[in-house]
Design a protein around this ligand. Structure first.
Ligand SMILES: C[S@@+](CC[C@H](N)C(=O)[O-])C[C@H]1O[C@@H](n2cnc3c(N)ncnc32)[C@H](O)[C@@H]1O
Length: 269
């Protein structure tokens, strides 16, 4: 696994930013010209990138709905990106407690503005590779008190983390959460040994903005999420979650490689 390019994430409004590019792909308006240019370049290389971003956001919406159906009233979300379109607080009843977080200070600043004054919804800085900094913060203590039964969100982020970072953060969140808590996440099942040249150029362009990629298989992920238990129906491709026909054509399959592509799963304590 490539670790040599793992660098501290530095936010800079004059550089494209992963969260804002994602917002652009989702059709949001919280992005700069520089992000739109980067988004268009990405679309040239990966024409189905907006579709993947949308499927990812829908999965997040599914996670929220399923959590509400199971009676959850508290959410803690990591690597939240911009809470613009279809994010947690737009899909939950009033009074639901939601703690969003992200590593990017500009995203955090924007997000606070979007949310405005709301005692039940907060947005704070957190590097997911050190989740204890958020979990042990005064703001989280004030929001959740001693009740740590939460639905945790961990979406669209695993491929930006090393195996060690995933293993560590999954373990810390598990220890902090009460029994009965759940965690929903998405990742890309990809054969890291055989990266397609087009995908390699996407990786290179993200590396330039200090956002390296790390790919792994679903099987590897099953090890990294321990001690969380995988809930039924297991790790399904995002189209399967949405009961849609697969949109993988021969061209997309070439890009996605021998892995099965983007998938999501629910984990339980
Ligand atoms: C693709 S967006 C995902 C947004 C959201 N979770 C969703 O699924 O719609 C990835 C986000 O991860 C954030 N990010 C990258 N590295 C991070 C880290 N180490 N800790 C926390 N957030 C991180 C980026 O700033 C960006 O906002």
């Amino acid at each position: 696994m490539d670790t040599e390019n793992q660098q501290p994430y530095i936010s800079d409004a004059s550089q494209p930013n992963a969260g804002r590019i994602y917002d652009y792909l989702l059709g949001g308006s919280l992005n700069f010209e520089i992000d739109r240019i980067a988004g268009e370049q990405l679309k040239k290389l990966v024409p189905f990138a907006p579709k993947l971003a949308q499927l990812g956001r829908w999965f997040l919406g599914n996670g929220v709905r399923m959590s509400l159906e199971r009676g959850f009233t508290q959410f803690i979300d990591f690597a939240s990106g911009l809470p613009s379109k279809d994010h947690i607080h737009s899909n939950t009843p009033p009074g639901t407690k939601i703690m969003y977080s992200d590593i990017d200070p500009i995203t955090v600043q924007y997000a606070k503005k979007i949310i405005g004054e709301n005692p039940d919804v907060k947005y704070e800085f957190c590097d997911i590779s050190k989740p204890e900094t958020l979990l042990e913060s005064d703001i989280v203590k004030k929001m959740f008190g001693d009740n740590h039964k939460v639905a945790a969100g961990y979406n669209g982020i695993c491929y930006f983390l090393t195996d060690e970072q995933i293993r560590y953060s999954m373990n810390i969140i598990f220890k902090w959460a009460d029994k009965g808590s759940i965690l929903f996440f998405t990742d890309l099942d990809y054969d890291a040994q055989n990266i397609n040249p087009t995908l390699q150029s996407v990786i290179d362009s993200y590396r330039k903005i200090k956002q390296p990629f790390f790919f792994r298989s679903k099987e590897k992920m099953k090890e990294l999420i321990k001690p969380w238990k995988i809930s039924d129906p297991g790790f399904l491709n995002l189209e399967e979650w949405h009961k849609m026909p697969s949109f993988y054509t021969e061209a997309t399959a070439q890009l996605i490689g021998s892995g099965s592509g983007f998938y999501g799963g629910f984990l339980e304590k």
